[in-house]
Design a protein around this ligand. Sequence first.
Ligand code: ACO
Length: 403
Amino acid sequence: VVDISTLYKETGMFTYDPGFTSTASCESKITYIDGDEGVLLHRGYPIEQLAEKGDFLEVCYLLLYGELPTAAQKKDFDYRVTHHTMVHEQMNRFFTGYRRDAHPMAVMVGTVGALSAFYHDSTDITDPHQRMVASLRMIAKMPTIAAMAYKYHVGQPFVYPKNDLDYASNFLRMCFAVPCEEYKVNLVLSRAMDRIFILHADHEQNASTSTVRLAGSSGANPFACIAAGIACLWGPAHGGANEAALNMLMEIGSVDRIPEYIERAKDKNDPFRLMGFGHRVYKNYDPRAKIMQKTMYEVLEATGHADDPLMQVALELEKIALNDPYFIEKKLYPNVDFYSGITLRALGFPTTMFTVLFALARTVGWIAQWNEMIEDPSQRIGRPRQLYTGAPQRDYVPLGNRS
Ligand code: ACO
């Protein structure tokens, strides 16, 4: 690693690195990825252990504070998050202003961006207390807003949080409870939802996290920064890939059509890519994809879809791709999005909600990274350079003289 932060000042030169493939934008103590070995650690703890033994709020605490909580700290943290799950009643009006066929991610970008208009008392980024209140508010309110986006999308009344439930059960209830019917928590599905949140909690300097940091580097308020992260996450090359992966599996439809799509993915004249495959950092199996595959089996079993034909397509597609010289040479493996679509669909979510769930879970990563940046005395406003390739200086031509 070479520190070139003073290169321009000392020599007048700067580096050209489109896509930031070889440029670190910050120092961070939160998440470590070894892409060649397929390792993901949060504050030093392997993702496999956190997903197997921890719960999402515990991981939130770990990402925010750097250590796993003691039992008393965990109880207190759960209570503080729970305390903030309601959203301002006036936010309901926001929702009724959206077209009801709006994509839920569009609703999320707008609604989260608007939070700073409702919670002025946690927008002073120089005050550590306000920063922590904003952080807890974001983690607590995101499931409520995401569930409201879902309910609005399907034309059902909003369901308020029920704070004696755990984080994931509360979210599933806000999404799937309907008036006049008792809602029963299914612990297998709640545990699966919680694990999916853990798998998406943070992933160091990905596009949306870098967006949050860049927006935050100007001193913007945390709600605006998270809204910027949501907007970035929406793209099909990033968080939108889980929706795109499921759509692709449905389009392929049956095992016998897989070779045709594998050939298309290899054809440089065809823009088609295998969605849910490949990663900028992992040049090995994404460790989250393995846990997601296990979670998929559990959810399909619990929901009576153990013979889901799309699962057969996905498993076969993975097998064929992993033995194909093109995918071997380019080190393209399934990423976390490959199996998440099938799992989320079995949980009852429409594809349009998939990226919303990703945003909900990634909020803690964004907010932890944002806090780390604000507290880092060496951080300056993010301001990339460019290689200008446009016209040289020329004189203005009056309108009547232009041919
Ligand atoms: N299918 C077919 N070929 C692929 C795929 C794919 N899914 N992904 C990469 N390649 C090929 C590229 O065509 C390129 O080939 P070339 O060397 O002949 O030009 C080579 O592999 C390297 O790909 P890049 O696009 O340069 O790699 P980059 O790191 O920029 O992109 C990305 C990573 C965006 C994830 C890419 O693999 C992709 O588009 N995958 C599909 C979308 C997806 O699953 N995104 C989710 C990412 S994980 C997340 O956000 C949670």
